[in-house]
Design a protein around this ligand. Sequence first.
Ligand SMILES: Nc1ncnc2c1ncn2[C@@H]1O[C@H](COP(=O)(O)OP(=O)(O)OP(=O)(O)O)[C@@H](O)[C@H]1O
Ligand SMILES: [Mg+2]
Length: 438
Amino acid sequence: MNFKKENILVVDDNNDMLDLVQRQLKSSNYRTYKASSVTEAIEVLKQSNINLLISDINMPDINGLELLKYAEEHYPSLPKLVISGIPSIHNVVSAMKSGALDYLTKPFTSDELNKAITNCLVKTDLMLPNESSQNENTYGEIIGHSSQFKEIIEIIKRIKDTKANVLIEGETGTGKELIAKAIHFTGKFGNKPLITVNCGGIPENLIESELFGHVKGAFTGASETRTGLFQAADGGTIFLDEIGNAPMAVQTRLLRVLQEKEIVRVGSTRPEKIDIRIICATNSNLEEMVSKGTFREDLYYRINIVNIKTTALRNRKEDLPLLIKTFIEKYSKEYNKSNLKINEKVTEVLFRYDWPGNIRELENLIHRMVIMSDDSIDLNHVPDHLKYHIPSSQDIFKSLKEYEKEQILKVLSFVNNNKTKAAQILQIDRKTLNQKIL
Ligand SMILES: Nc1ncnc2c1ncn2[C@@H]1O[C@H](COP(=O)(O)OP(=O)(O)OP(=O)(O)O)[C@@H](O)[C@H]1O
Ligand SMILES: [Mg+2]
């Protein structure tokens, strides 16, 4: 068997569980090491070159969290994944604080395990200053080479090592979360936690205690004191996704955190210091919400120190060829379909479409088309609503000059911005080409 390069250590006091995980990992071609206690695990870490640690938390004698802390101290760049039977915020928070990158609840499927492992390894790769594997068309997991993309990368590079608050605005599927991840993982606090909170996804009555924690007896059901997500992210980044959905009461508390750099648990009056970077994202128009009085103006200014606006895919179609190529490569590799071609007519349809779901929609479509095709993606694999799409009136009323520029940019991106080649294809000279894209 050809093993992958990663050596994985699995730690669990339950032997059946160890065997199960080992079988799952073996079928995915990972080399595995087993330990049924923390003491045994430390021995393996010392003797073998382990690249990923997977550990249970609840074990007799020494708790798995102690192992995570030990590993964090002695092998700080070793990615750690927790598998545990009790999915409580408290456990997740403690695991994250001890350096775990992900948390998987037992029982899990082979697929879930593989996904979590890949995630951990990708995150670790992103954290390493691995400039050589990044070319000028990618940054972290973000792909693109339009001027809008380059501007965003410039901003990310400028702010990644700072604690400045960032607001990312843009339509759905334009990569807001990818940008947040890139800021965190490529920055110097990338080895600290990144905690993502979907502000619209937590029930309103729980959101304050989830974010800030609570003290015992703060409300019915608060049987013990709990740490909140802000404290779990201490030293790192908290990503407040869909910030436009945060209720007023939470907005008021957030403002306090931003102003005072401290949190107060629900039911307590004692402030606790935190050192955190806040990245917010939204696809609603916060400025409009401010003018309607549904979003606090003072909070808006506080979170909007650095502003990143993503551009809809229909307004930067010059990124399409690169994205199409990358997604085809990604999925044809996943489904073992080497040399998969795409019919030119399909590319034309993809160019005409205006992508309301942006890159997410494009990626999902290509994923589906790769599955459906044998050696070539043809028109019959394209859904009807795309094939018969009528360009928006905005497109119809474009001037010839605009069409010309779009065509030139398309050709340029196909030839990797080689202007001499592009000029040859378009049968114009280089100077004219330069003038026309101004
Ligand atoms: N520039 C990009 N390069 C590669 N993949 C991208 C890019 N932008 C988005 N994607 C892919 O599109 C999908 C959606 O991205 P992401 O979740 O970051 O979008 P979002 O703006 O947060 O969307 P939403 O507002 O719906 O939450 C993901 O699968 C992501 O990998
Ligand atoms: Mg998102």
